[in-house]
Design a protein around this ligand. Structure first.
Ligand code: NAP
Length: 312
């Protein structure tokens, strides 16, 4: 039986509706949550990401500010900009769009962000809060994966969960979130031995490695839940034909468009898994969703009791 499709767009709409209600209540007590985005230079992909983040703020009735320093910016200028945003009480969340140009010390800039406004969850203080399971701002993509599991009633407690990838922004926080939800967690990386065997034991697989179709269908335990974080653009016709051999409609679309987005899990896994996030339309929409959610959460945590009361 084909896997149940875990629709990220549907969950985004649900969470947006909840956030709209909460933001409406915050407006009633004079609070307008706001996100400041910093976009350095003119990278077209980054421009597109930031544009959709600002559009989401507008859709939800949140304030947003866009700062666009030129590509030849210095670390010192960036640090001053971050200090100004830290000091601005209207700003609840600060988003530094990555990558930053090579001459900018990205680590110093990210660490200068006030942890209370760290809506990307990248600051070491945010990571520390997550490690010790205290309330804080959690990296958006893994937080979104947990929402997908929770809102589809996929049991995490007691499950064997395997996370592929150990990056600071996806793999590590994902493993910690699953651990705090009482899964038994295994983290795999490029040096893991017998990866197919490790994955075969998993009730929940989260793949975040950045390699299209890498996880084969016969590595998946029948009925397992598969969360595919990978978003890889495939442009090679032979590769697309091999990956989409059982998906003639998608292959047709590839032929018309010249590219297709493929996750880290082979599309054929849909025949084995019990539930699966599609690519695109699974984890992808959750990242912006959780950025919005984190900005509202930051507003609530920063602005104290009256804002917290507006939640319920
Ligand atoms: P990353 O920083 O490049 O990390 C990749 C991880 O995968 C590393 O830990 C690496 O291991 C591991 N890895 C690589 N090859 C492997 C293999 N053959 N077997 C086992 N592990 C392997 O990537 P990332 O930033 O975490 O992103 C991962 C993927 O998620 C990418 O496709 C990215 O585009 C996607 N992504 C999607 C969203 C979204 O919104 N949907 C958001 C963020 C990321 P080592 O540590 O040993 O090198």
């Amino acid at each position: 039986m084909p896997a149940r499709i875990l629709d990220g767009l549907k969950i985004r709409d649900e969470i947006f509706a909840e956030l709209k209600t909460e933001i409406g209540r915050l407006h009633n007590i004079g609070i307008r949550p706001g996100l400041a985005a910093v976009l350095v230079g003119e990278n077209p992909a980054s421009q597109l990401y930031v544009k959709s983040k600002i559009a989401a703020c507008e859709q939800l009735g949140m304030a947003s500010w866009l700062h666009t320093p030129p590509a030849n910016i210095t670390t010192e200028y960036m640090l001053q900009l971050v200090r100004d945003l830290n000091a601005d009480d209207n700003v609840d969340g600060i988003l530094i769009q990555l990558p930053l140009p090579g001459q900018v010390d990205a680590k110093r800039v990210l660490e200068a962000v006030d942890p209370a406004k760290d809506v990307d969850g990248f600051h070491p203080v945010s990571m520390g809060m997550l490690v010790s399971n205290r309330p804080g701002l959690v990296a958006c993509t893994p937080a979104g994966c947990m929402e997908i599991l929770r809102r589809n009633q996929i049991a995490v407690e007691g499950a064997n969960a395997v996370v592929l990838g150990r990056s600071d922004i996806v793999g590590k926080p994902m493993a910690l979130l699953l651990l705090h939800a009482n899964a038994t967690v295994t983290i795999c990386h490029s040096k893991t031995k017998d990866l197919p065997e490790v994955i075969r034991r998993a009730d929940i697989v989260v793949a975040a490695i950045g390699k299209e179709g890498y996880v084969q269908a016969d590595w998946i335990k029948p009925g397992a839940a598969v969360i595919d974080v990978g978003t890889n653009k495939v442009t090679d016709a032979a590769e697309a034909a091999a990956l989409l051999r059982n998906f003639p409609e998608r292959l047709e679309k590839f032929r018309a468009k010249g590219n297709v987005l493929i996750g880290d899990v082979h599309p054929d896994a849909a025949q084995v898994a019990g539930a699966l996030t599609p690519v695109p339309g699974g984890v992808g929409p959750m990242t912006i969703t959780m950025l919005m959610s984190n900005t509202v959460k930051a507003a609530r945590l920063r602005r104290g009791a009256s804002a917290t009361a507006a939640r319920s």
